[in-house]
Design a protein. Structure first.
Length: 492
């Protein structure tokens, strides 16, 4: 396993933005689901249920240390040790603990490979940490080993689909619910793109959907409470409009509506929860099942190996994710074709604006205009057009005629689902690629046609023979113009 996939080198992505549980209404819903009391936090509920406090806690991927400070403040733990990969976050945590006089210490470590801190622990806390762990079996096994028989492992975490690849039925309902919101509160719903997530934070939700399954290997189930979020989390997290809304009453009404819909979805789909609260005690007997442990370890090693071969992707992409990636790839391809169009247009412009050619071309065009008054036509021997330059421009045949226009939005797009909308966008980008490719081919033909034109090829031969400087003075140009006129008159 390489550092690029199992840790995040950039801790600046954490503690930024706003999340669904930054709303007091959402916190009340979550608290009610866990404890039945909208104002009783999960750790207060845990203390009440276990009827004890703890001497020394281990905090997994502790970040800036706010959770252990809250646990000390509440009296749940007497002391604690936090581990994290980011030294900058650990420095922040240590400074805050020193400032508040709290018995908290910190150790920098890659949790996937490093040994746990020494000493006894009677509580291990995973608060939004395990979904960043790649070696989930190894870490949970180690938690089971270090805890005493009466120790506890308490978890409050994201346990939804890996890399936030939300199930399609949930995303479709969230998409439709978003359309109900007033535009001033509506979310800019974007399905999480795996390639971007791998760059921003390769550890984000790396094995989130394996957390509960792996937990049950090593721990009893003292309590397991799904917290939902399938609709509410994507609609409320990083929703700047909702957070900045001036009308508190309207915001409250719509958040309640979202949470009610979220609750209904969880009731209809119990396996859809994105978040869960759960706590239990170690099953020490499993640590003696050598063959079973080897099987789990081998599966984890193989899973990481496959991921490294596929750039950090562990599983097949879903239909919506595949479609959205195809749209991005097609847009990038179309952007390259547009650049090629710009290059060809510039090349044509430069060819047509060459000093001698532009003068000769004006002679041809002016002679053609006089000829049309006498019902004559411009001879093809000089590569002249069969219509006037003005007509060519009006028909879009000259440089600068190609203007890329976006596909008009369909008024019915708002009532379509997310997948249908994405498929329409993909098809539009593919059609645009065909159109752009045809434009490139037309421009190539124009370049080739101009290169073979009598006037241009003659001037090019003079340039190649380094003879053009001889005819750049006024008299030479006038002589050239006379020769062109004579040739045109004879051919007419």
């Amino acid at each position: 396993m390489t550092e690029s996939l199992d840790v995040n080198e950039n801790s600046d992505v954490y503690y930024t933005g706003t999340y669904w549980n930054d709303f007091e209404i959402v916190r009340d819903w979550i608290n009610t689901r866990i404890s039945g009391d909208p104002k009783r936090k999960w750790h207060e509920h845990f203390a009440r249920e276990t009827r004890r406090s703890f001497h020394r806690a281990l905090i997994l991927n502790c970040g800036n240390g706010w959770i252990e400070r809250e646990l000390v403040d509440s009296g749940l733990i007497a002391s604690g040790v936090g581990i994290d990969y980011s030294q900058s976050l650990l420095d922040e945590a240590a400074a805050a603990a020193l400032r508040d006089g709290m018995p908290l210490t910190y150790q920098q470590a890659n949790i996937n490979t490093a040994a746990f801190p020494r000493g006894k622990f009677d509580l291990v806390v995973n608060h939004a940490a395990a979904h960043h762990i790649a070696s989930i079996d190894r870490v949970f096994r180690e938690v089971c080993r270090v805890l005493p028989d009466d120790g506890w492992f308490v978890n409050f975490d994201y346990v939804g689909p890996h890399r936030n690849q939300y199930r399609l039925d949930a995303w479709e309902e969230a998409w439709q619910l978003n359309q109900e919101l007033p535009e001033a509160l509506r979310q800019d719903l974007e399905y999480p793109p795996i390639p971007v997530m791998l760059v921003v934070d390769p550890t984000e939700a790396v094995h989130s959907e394996l957390i509960v399954e792996t937990y049950h290997r090593y721990f009893s189930e003292g309590q397991f409470t799904p917290l939902g979020g399938a609709l509410a989390y994507p609609l409320l997290t990083h929703n700047a409009r909702m957070f900045e809304a001036a009308d508190d009453a309207e915001r409250t009404r719509w958040i309640d509506r979202i949470m009610e819909a979220d609750d209904d979805f969880l009731t209809r789909h119990p396996d859809s929860t994105l978040f869960a609260y759960f706590a239990g005690q170690p099953k020490k007997s499993v640590l003696h099942q050598t063959d079973v442990l080897r099987t789990w370890e081998a599966a984890e090693v193989e899973r990481e190996r496959r991921a490294h071969e596929h750039g950090g992707e562990y599983y097949e992409r879903g239909l919506l994710a595949t479609t959205l990636v195809a749209i991005d790839e097609q847009r990038a391809l179309n952007s390259g074709v547009r650049e090629r169009i710009t290059q060809l247009q510039a090349e044509l412009g430069a060819m047509r604006s060459r000093f001698l050619y532009s003068r000769a071309r004006r002679v041809v065009d002016s002679t053609w205009v006089r000829g049309t008054r006498g019902k004559t036509t411009l001879p093809g021997a000089f590569g002249g057009p069969e219509s006037s330059p003005a007509e060519q421009i009006s028909r879009g045949k000259l440089v600068g005629d190609q203007i890329d226009t976006p596909v008009a939005a369909n008024p019915s797009d708002k009532i379509r689902g997310a997948l249908a909308t994405a498929q329409i966008q993909r098809d539009a980008e593919e059609r645009e690629h065909v159109r752009l490719s045809q434009q490139v081919e037309e421009l190539r033909k124009e370049v080739a046609s101009l290169e073979s034109e009598f006037l241009y090829s003659t001037i090019q031969r003079l340039a190649d023979a380094r003879a053009t400087h001889r005819i750049r003075d006024h008299r030479a140009i006038a002589a050239l113009e006379r020769r062109v006129r004579v040739a045109l008159q004879r051919s007419a």
